[in-house]
Design a protein around this ligand. Structure first.
Ligand code: PMP
Length: 467
């Protein structure tokens, strides 16, 4: 086994000759399996920068082009069958094309896709969500998680009259300007005061000034930073499980500390549960027993259709109420806001996502994490399997992963090799090494994943020079 230059090494790595690049054999096999995806990528690049409209889907050497999904099985345009552990990056907790969701959507399609008026599906899903998540007194619907977090933060600013927000180093809360600050911190231990770094070109120059960056699970530094900036802070926004940074759960006491500090200083606590919603019937806040002022949802709550939700305290949400004399404090237009197609797909999904269904898939998730950890480390490869419930992250690093910086310090080249090697075995995870389980999976499917992983790891240990 070899690791890429500069990556942390451990175990038997030092004994082996360095290789030019991890994963060359995997790349060759991937290319041989996906010639149509390769041509599709080349053609798409003529019309779309990078051949696509969703940056994180890109991976070396080119992304797979997908044709169909049913349950937990995907087919790409070359005809490869893939056992799916992405659920479109956590958006499909029931798997692809659940018949009940399809039926509900077809019924709604026949009735109409969008209207210039409110609808019964809107009331139904709002009631369902407020019943399910007790911290939600009122909600509003958007078309994406990005719009949900943006509106929640706007509401917090309007409510407190303060200008800044605190967000997590390496946390991802969507693509509006301040959310795109410090989404990809460099590797290494989180410093006591992480810089606010623009993660994209083209942000408003004031974005970084408006953001205080907190180290995830970093108790002392977080507490000091909040105390220092308390007079300026409208909100602290945090993912209870850091999602795209690697499925890293917060420590319960960290969330509790955030709750106490924000209460003490009249700062609003916002949970971004776009990814972590699926962890428990009442979202991750129920699992951690820490309740925010505002919650943002997306992905799974739309059951595979575009939907975002933000909501929480009635006094904060009142800013969106247009019935007062001056109209709403915060206007919230949107041509497809609360479109009934997404709402019926979401409601049907939530009705099927019962406590029992979540419990079953969470147990499968725990088995998967335990066995992944064991399989990789037994082979002498340093690894950490993180996650919670049906969410998992694989980090090829010897150090425990508590922050996005710990995750960024892992061996990325080897991870790409693992992603490509699993693909060749018929298993799809997110190229960033994260994934999730849908209720369409059963024990046998988990066994299939573990056999695929075992095959890859055995080959790597038997022929380390090919990796
Ligand atoms: N918050 C989190 C935690 C997310 O993972 C995402 C999407 N990956 C978003 C917000 C933004 O959601 P959307 O892609 O629907 O805009």
């Amino acid at each position: 086994m070899t690791t890429s230059p500069g990556a942390p090494s451990g175990g038997q790595d030092e004994r082996l000759e360095p290789r030019p690049r991890a994963g060359e054999a995997e790349e060759r096999i991937y290319r041989s399996l996906t010639p149509r995806s390769a041509r599709h990528f080349a053609e798409s690049r003529r019309y779309l920068p990078g051949g696509d409209s969703r940056s994180p889907l890109f991976h070396h050497p080119y992304p797979v082009a997908l044709a169909e999904g049913h349950g937990c099985r995907l087919t790409d345009i070359d005809g490869n069958q893939l056992l799916d552990f992405t659920g479109n990056h956590t958006a499909l907790p029931l798997g692809y094309g659940h018949p009940d969701v399809i039926e509900a959507v077809q019924r709604q399609l026949a009735a109409g896709t969008c209207f210039p008026g409110t609808t019964r599906p809107q009331l139904h899903l709002a009631r369902l969500l407020c019943g399910r998540i007790p911290s939600l007194e009122q909600v509003r619907f958007t078309n994406s998680g990005t719009e949900a977090t943006m509106n929640a933060v706007r509401a917090a600013r309007a409510f407190t009259g303060r200008p800044k927000i605190a967000k997590i180093d390496g946390g991802y809360n969507g693509t509006w300007d301040e959310a795109m600050v410090s989404t990809h911190p460099p590797a290494g231990f989180a410093p006591d005061r992480p810089d606010a770094v623009a993660a994209s070109a083209g942000l408003s120059p004031r974005s970084t000034e408006a953001v205080v960056v907190l180290p995830f699970n970093g108790f002392e530094a977080t507490s000091r930073l909040i105390e220092q900036c308390r007079g300026d802070l409208a909100a602290v926004i945090v993912e209870p499980v850091l999602g795209s940074a690697g499925m890293i759960p917060a420590q319960r006491s960290y969330l509790q500390m955030l709750r106490e500090l924000t209460d003490k200083h009249d700062i609003l606590l916002v949970f971004d549960e776009v990814v972590s919603f699926r962890v428990s019937h009442g979202a991750a806040q129920e699992h951690f027993r820490v309740y925010p002022d505002l919650t943002c949802l997306g992905k799974a709550v739309g059951g595979g259709f575009p939907l975002g939700v933000f909501g929480g305290r009635r006094d904060v949400m009142a800013a969106f109420d247009p019935t007062g004399p001056g109209g709403p404090l915060i206007p919230h237009p949107g041509s497809y806001n609360a479109n009934p197609i997404s709402l019926v797909a979401g409601a049907t999904t939530l009705e099927l996502l019962t406590t029992q269904a979540i419990g079953r898939v969470n147990t499968l998730g725990q088995t998967l994490r335990d066995r992944v950890q064991q399989t990789i480390t037994d082979a002498g490869i340093p690894a950490q399997a993180t996650g919670l419930g049906s969410l998992f992250g694989i980090h090829l690093t010897p150090r425990p992963v508590q922050t996005a910086r710990d995750a960024a310090a892992a061996d990325r080249h080897l991870l790409t090799a693992l992603f490509l090697a699993l693909f060749a075995q018929g298993v799809l995870i997110d190229p960033r090494g994260v994934g999730c389980l849908s209720t369409a999976l059963d024990e046998e499917d988990i066994g299939e994943f573990l056999t695929a992983l075992d095959t890859v790891i055995r080959r790597w240990t038997a022929h380390p020079s090919t990796v």
